[in-house]
Design a protein. Structure first.
Length: 176
């Protein structure tokens, strides 16, 4: 059964596409589907130029990306929802309250995967993390929005996103 991951930010042209495409690259060859959406998406637009540059530099492929609006069906289909910030996670839950146990900030879930016991993957890992959210309470959970900022800010944001994607991918499917 394919694991469905949804990554959420605001415009769906910077942070969530970075995470989407880096997760796709990290999880290549595994039964995982990764999508992204925005709470106020610039529907149909490509990933921002600086985000695409950062994704490419880290081994991802920005080609063919098109921003999409966050909808209840997208959230309902996802096994795991990763939001760029706490406020965006709240927006996901306002849209689909039943998604609470599978919705995290990307930095929160990355921290929880670092603390998870060996042997948990996929749905087991997501359930374990949902029961142990306080373990990530001290983590800064918000990835800043780089839109309209200089390229250096995109680089810093991409470092944060990539630093979260790697442990998440490794934990979900036991990849290195």
């Amino acid at each position: 059964m394919t694991l469905q991951i949804l990554v959420v930010c605001e415009g769906n042209i910077c942070r969530s596409p970075m995470a989407e495409r880096l997760l796709v690259a990290a999880l290549a060859g595994h039964d995982v589907e990764v999508r992204s959406a925005g709470t106020r998406a610039v529907v149909g637009h490509a990933m921002s130029e600086h985000s695409a540059t950062e994704v490419t530099a880290r081994g991802g492929d920005p080609a063919g990306f098109a921003a999409r609006q966050l909808t209840e069906p997208l959230v309902a289909e996802a096994d795991l929802v990763l939001a760029a910030t706490r406020d965006l996670r709240t927006a996901v839950l306002e849209l689909t309250p039943r998604a609470m146990r599978r919705s995290f900030t990307i930095l929160e879930f990355a921290e929880l995967t670092r603390q998870a016991p060996d042997g948990l993957t996929g749905q087991e890992l997501i359930a374990w993390a949902a029961d142990r959210r306080p373990l990530a309470a001290d983590v800064d959970q918000d990835v800043p929005d780089p839109i309209g900022r200089p390229p250096e800010v995109y680089h810093q944001v991409a470092d944060l996103v990539d630093g979260a994607v790697r442990p998440i991918a490794a934990a979900l499917v036991k990849v290195d």
